[in-house]
Design a protein around this ligand. Sequence first.
Ligand code: AMP
Length: 286
Amino acid sequence: MQIVTPVAAMQRLAGKWRRAGARIGLVPTMGYLHAGHLSLVQRARQAVGARGKVVVSIYVNPTQFAPTEDLARYPRDLKRDLKLCRAAGVDVVFTPGDAGMYPGRVTGGYSTYVVEEKLGRMMEGAARPAHFRGVTTVVAKLFNLVLPDVAVFGQKDFQQAAVVRRMVADLNFPVKIIVAPTLRQPDGLALSSRNKYLNPGQRGQAVILFCALQAAKKTVAKKSVSAARLKQQLQKMITAAPLARLDYLEFFDPQTLEPVSKVTPGVHMALAVYVGKTRLIDNAEL
Ligand code: AMP
């Protein structure tokens, strides 16, 4: 397994692979890897085959964090990540730094961003205004550096995957986007690097996101219901967990991400909940 930090070296290596006819699969991450990330690595390997190249990028992208968010304290453990990647059969771990990715950003020498203007407006985009601009920018840059045939994203970040898909279609990136299912703890909590922030009491109550999704599924399986009514019910359920505070909860069409007024099977639900100071997100098709 190779570890590549300079962006020019990554681009050169990817070009060499391409000319030799190897397929390239990319798994973009912010590191502090868990089994969810590793399931994306397996999916990438499956897509490119034994002779293809799987690249995991590990980069805590500053442009997708607001100044008030957890950029500085985002969990990092590169040594452990490298061990996990080696064991998972990754070919290259790409670990660019800010100087390589955004040279001169702080001093005004970097000024190009990629913005998707529709699917990224609501939910995460409303709660975190500059977030998706940072995501689309870094993903576009990673695509230009790693030259992947396929890139694998998690359904855990459903809206992110939708925004990236739209960017790929709109800007003609020759990259196939694969979205892989969410891996969960036995009690249903979605695996996330941010789960590390939770103390034992908070960890216990963090399952409320999954419980809300399950409750919604159960209700909708019996009969279609008004989104406002169901939202009220679930709000009440979440409020009953004293360490949890709802940020948003939406029912929406999985293609357009537009909110629906009637919740029927096939509608998608997403929510963001603060558990203590930690903001967790989850989603599911109902
Ligand atoms: P992150 O490191 O949090 O930016 O996530 C990197 C990729 O892993 C994204 O495409 C996420 O959607 C995906 N991911 C995060 N958590 C999970 C999970 N529990 N199961 C599957 N994929 C995940």
